[in-house]
Design a protein around this ligand. Structure first.
Ligand SMILES: [Zn+2]
Length: 488
């Protein structure tokens, strides 16, 4: 697939028109001044997204304009731009990202969805509309006519339409709730100037991006309530009958998602200065109304043991998601089954809440190193449950049971592409992944274990970490022997 795209993009390059102006043009701006500030304050200098969205609910369509300010902070000149177009994975059932079976996510039969780019311009280069209208891959790799120099920025302007599927997978509308996830063109992550392009696997997750600032302005039917990444800055009538405009800002997040419903009840509480927002519907009121309290307890516990959650809001959102819960920056979605069983509700909020530390704040490549988010989130969940029950005995028993897995010999440092089934993925990445952290804790003792987790969290906050980065922290705090022992 990568090869095919490269060939395709040479064709696109030859078709650039470069003359008509779609949106106001901004010349490449030097960012040296800001880079100097970055060095002084040790702040990560980051990309920013502005997206204007019109949600045409009756047609299940989003009409959007997006401006990305790309910051070349890579230390080398950049000669291409890679954007993921994830909604194109929903064109065919065989590529739909789902938790378990994709068929189960289409109760009314398969409903294809897509993203259609109608304009794309990078500085003074504009892609031809003919090429864009036929483009159906899930990422686009665009060679530039002039490189973006180190410490310079570039403006990317995109217009696009998204068709939303009727589906209970992560992205889609079902009954009264719509999940807008992986819905807009997003820059791939970069490592030392190279864009990180990953094939999509049906097992696990394969998203990988850098943190950025977002301003998303959404025009939608006035009776919809929005839960989202970031913070709602304003909400006003659009001046047209039945529509409103919601202005949302998010800082230093690696993605932006929103969920909407005319039937959400929202309750909130504040813990350690963090607003915990709970969105649920009347049909799940009995357990639904407990979620903010559970969320507050989970966040308070992880604040204490790993380091403070860096955002000021966290939302727990009821959806029709098939197969479990799902983590996004500052927001988690829970499927219907979690509202039928209190233990399940507590576990899923703990697991998805733990991802706010492992994946959202400390980023990782979910395709190459899923252990760093799923194994860590599973072990964090078990730590929280042991804390809630007030003893570690059950945790020890659970970890003992993880030693006898069928796939116990499979290395935990494995990509999602190494697994043939959700079961083996779950056994190795979630369970054995948690077992390795438990083993580490037994080897180095509680004090050093939490020091390792806290140091790793602080050091890679808003960045992307690799397995070696974690092992280096283990070695720094507990010595080389600890590293050697944990995988044995
Ligand atoms: Zn998870």
């Amino acid at each position: 697939m990568i090869k095919w795209v490269l060939i395709q993009m040479f064709t696109i390059l030859s078709l650039f028109t470069g003359c008509t102006t779609m949106l106001p043009h901004t010349a490449a701006q030097p960012i040296a001044e800001k880079a100097a500030v970055m060095e002084e304050s040790n702040e990560h200098f980051i990309n920013s997204y502005y997206i204007y969205v019109e949600y045409q609910k009756e047609q299940s369509i989003l009409k959007c304009k997006e401006n990305i300010t790309y910051m070349n902070n890579q230390g080398v000149d950049v000669e291409n731009i890679v954007l993921y177009l994830y909604p194109n994975l929903y064109r065919k059932l065989s590529t739909v990202p789902a938790i378990g079976s994709a068929e189960k996510c289409y109760p009314n039969g398969f409903d294809p969805a897509y993203i259609q780019l109608t304009n794309l311009k990078i500085e003074n280069m504009e892609l031809s509309k003919e090429v864009l209208q036929d483009y159906d891959d899930f990422y686009i790799d665009i060679p530039l006519d002039k490189p973006i120099k180190e410490n310079h920025s570039a403006e990317i302007e995109i217009e696009f339409i998204v068709k939303i599927p009727v589906s209970t997978t992560r992205f889609g509308q079902y009954k009264d709730i719509t999940q807008f996830t992986y819905w807009y063109p997003i820059l791939a992550a970069q490592e030392e100037g190279k864009w990180q392009i990953r094939d999509y696997s049906n097992i696990g997750e394969s998203n990988y991006s850098d943190v950025a600032d977002y301003n998303v302005v959404i025009k939608l039917p006035a009776d919809e309530t929005i839960a989202s990444t970031g913070k709602i800055i304003s909400e006003r009538n659009s001046g047209e009958g039945g529509y409103k405009i919601v202005d949302i800002k998010a800082e230093k997040v690696r993605d932006f998602v929103w969920v909407s419903s005319p039937n959400f009840i929202m309750e909130e509480q504040v813990i350690n200065g963090i607003k915990i927002k709970n969105y649920y519907t009347m049909k799940n009121k009995e357990l639904g109304q407990e979620a903010d309290e559970i969320g507050a307890d989970v966040i308070a516990y992880f604040n204490e043991v790993f380091g403070k959650y860096p955002y000021d809001e966290f939302s727990i959102v009821e959806t029709y998601l098939t197969g479990g819960g799902m983590e996004y920056p500052q927001l988690v979605t829970l499927g219907q089954s979690h509202y039928k069983d209190m233990d399940k509700l507590i576990s899923v909020i703990a697991h998805e809440g733990a991802h706010q530390w492992w994946y959202v704040t400390v980023g990782n490549d979910e395709h190459i190193s899923p252990w760093l988010d799923e194994g860590f989130a599973n072990y964090s969940t078990q730590l929280y449950l042991a804390h809630r029950l007030g003893n570690d005995d059950k945790l020890d028993l659970l970890m003992k049971s993880y030693e006898n897995l069928e796939s116990a010999d499979h290395p935990v440092e494995a990509s999602v592409a190494n697994f043939a089934s959700w079961k083996s993925y779950n056994d190795v990445i979630y369970k054995k992944g948690a077992l390795i952290l438990h083993r580490l804790r037994n080897i180095v003792g509680d004090e050093n274990f939490f020091k390792i987790m806290q140091t790793y969290y602080q050091r890679y906050k808003y960045k992307n970490a690799h397995v070696i980065d974690f092992l280096n922290v283990v070695e720094e705090i507990s010595g080389k022997e600890a590293v050697e022992k944990i995988f044995k």
